[in-house]
Design a protein around this ligand. Structure first.
Ligand code: SF4
Length: 409
């Protein structure tokens, strides 16, 4: 029986809070980082002891084909020192074989450049630890907008950080951008795409701004201090991104993610790809609704039929681990119907869609047995298409994704 191959590690610290952010992350808690890292290592040991005896079931071939993955997310994992990251990776090794893993670290250009007198030395140190994928939060190339967002870097600094990462040998670099930003016009966004496409990164994640009620930006918008583009403009920005990335030969493989297609130009003679794109295997594990573990404050793991949620706040998390137990705040037991629904609405995010084999292997029922009438209705509405391989969103369905997903929730 296989063991769980995917691990998310939450690092809930930031230098300061960005105006749009409602993630579980805290500014001005730098004095807790050392204790947090120690607690995280203890939690990892507890997880290793529990999961060693609990092999997973219902693994599809598509999930089994993924690399093992370790993902440092946040927050700002690049606030950790190399020594702290090494300490964590040593503890991880008992859970996931780090030598064979895709290891991603989310990094903020502001901390990589601002915290280190030699940013390249820090990035080189990450590579030496085995980190082989960097995800840089760039968000915008418009400095006044970056200031409104509360980001701690300029566009030029983001580019410098990207170049430094490439210089020290990172090849798998993701760049995060947001569209639908305060004051942003379609022309500005297209100009941003023109520029970033010259950078030649292997992978991009583009998200439309979600105005979260708990984020400071919400009040600024409500009070008329800043204005956001309307829904039509945001849809036009998304369509512009689809066209510009296609023209630049990137593969749009998930609703919000693009990977460089040229790495896939290798053919086995019948036109089928035999080389993997620089997809993010960790996120693919989520979209395939694979089982994964998670550690850290507020992290949640999914080991069907259970989903667990860790204690949110940093001090409560550290205290719970010091008290000797797993820092779990709640556990939800999932029904088979929950597994079917999640496998569907997560899988439809992938542009190749949900394959019949994957669904049956993961869920134990066929797509039609689980969702026959719903699929027929969405196909009739032109939102889904179906063939013998599986079901997927049509281009129209991709624009109206939420309307499709709500039928499976
Ligand atoms: S750096 Fe990222 S996690 Fe931290 S406040 Fe900004 S958006 Fe949120």
């Amino acid at each position: 029986m296989p063991r769980i191959q995917h691990l998310y590690l939450h690092i809930p610290f930031c230098r300061r809070r960005c105006a749009y952010c409602d993630f579980n992350t805290y500014a001005n808690l730098d004095d807790r980082i050392e204790a947090y890292v120690e607690a995280l290592c203890i939690e990892l040991k507890l997880l290793a002891a529990e999961t060693a005896a609990a092999p997973i079931q219902h693994v599809s071939q598509a999930s089994a084909a993924l690399h093992p993955t370790i993902f440092f997310g946040g927050g700002t994992p690049s606030m950790l020192t190399l020594e702290q990251l090494e300490q964590i990776l040593r503890a991880v090794d008992a859970l996931i074989p780090i030598d064979a893993a895709e290891i991603t670290v989310e990094a903020n250009p502001g901390t990589v450049l601002g915290d280190n007198t030699d940013a390249q030395a820090y990035l080189r140190g990450l590579r030496a630890l085995g980190v082989n994928r960097l995800s840089l939060g760039v968000q915008s190339l418009h400095d006044p907008t970056l200031r409104v967002l509360g980001r701690s870097h300029t566009a030029a600094e983001a580019y410098r950080c990207f170049e430094d990462a490439r210089r020290v040998g990172f090849t798998d670099i993701n760049l995060d951008f947001i569209f639908g930003l305060p004051g942003q016009t379609l022309d500005q966004w297209c100009a941003t795409l023109d520029v970033v496409l010259t950078w030649g990164a292997d992978h991009f994640s583009l998200y439309s701004l979600i105005l979260e009620e708990r984020a400071p930006l919400y009040a600024q918008v409500m009070n008329g201090l800043v204005s956001l583009p309307d829904d039509d403009d945001v849809a036009a920005m998304y369509e512009a991104a689809i066209m510009q990335f296609a023209a630049a030969d990137y593969e749009h493989y998930e609703i919000s993610n693009w990977a460089r297609a040229e790495k896939a130009s290798f053919s086995n003679g019948n036109g089928r790809r035999t080389q993997p794109l620089p997809f993010c295997h960790h996120n693919l594990a989520y979209w395939l609704n694979s089982d994964y573990l998670a550690a850290g404050a507020g992290a949640h793991g999914h080991t069907y039929p259970q989903r667990y949620y860790n204690i949110l706040d940093v001090d409560g998390y550290i205290a719970a681990v010091r008290a000797g137990g797993r820092p779990v705040a709640s556990v939800i037991t999932l029904a088979p119907e929950d597994l079917w629904a999640e496998t569907m609405f997560m899988g439809l995010r992938i542009n190749a869609g949900v394959s019949r084999d994957h669904f049956a292997q993961r869920c134990g029922v066929t797509l039609e047995e689980a969702f026959g009438p719903t699929l027929a209705m969405l196909i009739e509405q032109g939102l889904l298409e179906s063939d013998k391989v599986g079901v997927r969103l049509t281009p129209r369905g991709r624009m109206l994704g939420n309307r499709v997903f709500e039928h499976f929730v």
